[in-house]
Design a protein around this ligand. Structure first.
Ligand SMILES: [Fe+2]
Length: 438
């Protein structure tokens, strides 16, 4: 390894390093058998700096990797940059954050549109074969940036989301009807410029997380991401009816912590249960000192008593929690997470299936393979919550290339039912979706 290689930050080395070619691959080799019930596309977004360099893992251009499955076959693998203004004209002066357009964090489907998302930008629409359609602003109605973690309510079909920023209004709530019309936008008061990466919905509420990772100009002057941990900001959860406004929010103090990703939330009588991947303390930049890893944790808000109880569920580092899309905001029994171990070398070595009803857990140990977010693809003929499959791109160091693995969620084990072998590498990335054919 050269000195230059050693000096590179982690996010530019190994399988974090960007790839530069946009490929379309057919005739993909498969080990095992792809369930014939799977008809659709698995898309996953990630950070892939076109120059080969970025100051932080979160700051590369968006590149989506996708696979189409049908009739027990993998028809194609494609990877494409999201063609944002920043990607097309990287040296042009940018007037503001909405023009920053990284589009690198998530890719979701709603009302017939596939959207690439990054929390400082407007969404970008892409096609089913990953060509960029263009910026997507809900007919000009979306005036703020959009979180990369919107939620589609499985009961109403609504798309609920928010935008946050470093200057007031720090937080804005948005509600989009099932047919894609932006019908409500509300400013929400938070204590300050908190980094709100994700949030929660239930059948009747949204739950804000006003947590102590805040924008800081001093950190901004030093380059990188201008966010730091605050010992005095405090932490609270805000419960608001889904069609409510700022004045309807009830706030609940909780222990200091940071959460990138909740697993899911649901109502249980007067209680709201939130399972979440939680850092007791997040270290984002060197100024934050020592942090703790994220582990699965449960908050239970008692809306009658006005209290929140907190309970760790596991002590093993894990993140990227997912439940079936059909249970978002509804009571889940099972949740899936990527296990991170104690070093980058172990990141994604395991996928955990938690049974929150019995308190048990099943681990898929992937051996030398390294997975990302475990995305649940429901069996359209299924009857039980875990009838379906877990999908993730994995890195195979032996081939210096990647596979799509498909694990049977109801019969969870180390062995995938299918591995689609790609001739190329898919760098570690962020979030994705299984988008089944109608
Ligand atoms: Fe995220």
């Amino acid at each position: 390894m050269s000195t230059a290689e050693v000096a590179k930050p982690f996010h530019l080395t190994g399988n974090f390093a960007p790839v530069f070619e946009e490929n379309t691959c057919t005739d993909l080799k498969v080990t095992g058998s792809i369930p014939s019930a799977l008809r659709g596309r698995f898309f996953r977004n990630g950070s892939n700096p076109q120059s080969g360099y970025s100051d932080h893992w979160f700051l590369g251009n968006g590149m989506i990797h996708g696979i189409e499955l049908a009739d027990g076959k993998a028809n194609w693998y494609r990877n494409r940059y999201v063609q944002t203004p920043l990607y097309q004209n990287p040296d042009e002066e940018r007037s503001g954050r909405l023009d920053w357009s990284l589009a690198n964090t998530h890719v979701i489907s709603h009302a017939g549109h596939i959207l690439a998302l990054e929390e400082g930008s407007l969404p970008f629409e892409v096609s089913r074969d990953l060509e960029t359609v263009g910026r997507y602003d809900f007919d000009g109605k979306l005036q703020s940036n959009m979180t990369a973690h919107p939620r589609v309510c499985p009961k109403t079909g609504e798309l609920l989301f928010f935008g946050y920023g470093a200057v007031p209004p720090y937080l804005t709530y948005h509600r989009v009807s099932a047919d894609g019309q932006l019908v409500q936008s509300e400013e929400i008061t938070v204590k300050g410029p908190t980094m709100m990466h994700d949030w929660n919905i239930t059948e009747n509420y949204v739950i804000w997380m006003d947590l102590p990772m805040v924008f800081d100009l001093e950190v901004a002057m030093k380059g990188g991401i201008p966010i730091r941990w605050s010992d005095d900001y405090g932490a609270r959860l805000g419960v608001m009816p889904r069609n409510g406004t700022d004045k309807d929010v009830t706030w609940y103090e909780i222990e200091d912590c940071y959460v990138f990703h909740p697993m899911n939330a649901y109502e249980d009588g007067n209680k709201i249960v939130i399972d979440t991947s939680r850092f007791k303390k997040l270290a984002f930049s060197p100024a934050d000192g020592k942090g703790t890893p994220a582990v699965l944790h449960r908050w239970v808000i008692d809306t009658e008593k006005g209290t929140v109880s907190e309970q760790p569920i596991d002590d093993r580092p894990a993140d990227f929690p997912r439940v079936p899309d059909a249970l978002i905001g509804q009571k889940h029994r099972y949740g899936y997470m990527a296990g991170f171990g104690n070093s980058n070398a172990e990141m994604g070595k395991w996928i955990y299936k938690y049974d929150l009803q019995t308190g048990s857990e099943t681990t898929a140990d992937l051996g030398d393979l390294r997975a990302g977010e475990p995305v649940f693809a429901a069996d359209p003929n299924g009857t039980s919550e875990d009838d379906g499959w877990i999908m993730s791109f994995v890195f195979d160091p032996e081939r210096d290339a990647s596979d799509l693995i498909i694990l049977d969620a109801s019969n969870f084990s180390n062995e995938p039912v299918a591995r689609v072998h790609l001739p190329v590498r898919v760098p570690y990335g962020f979030h994705g979706s299984w988008i089944p054919d109608e």
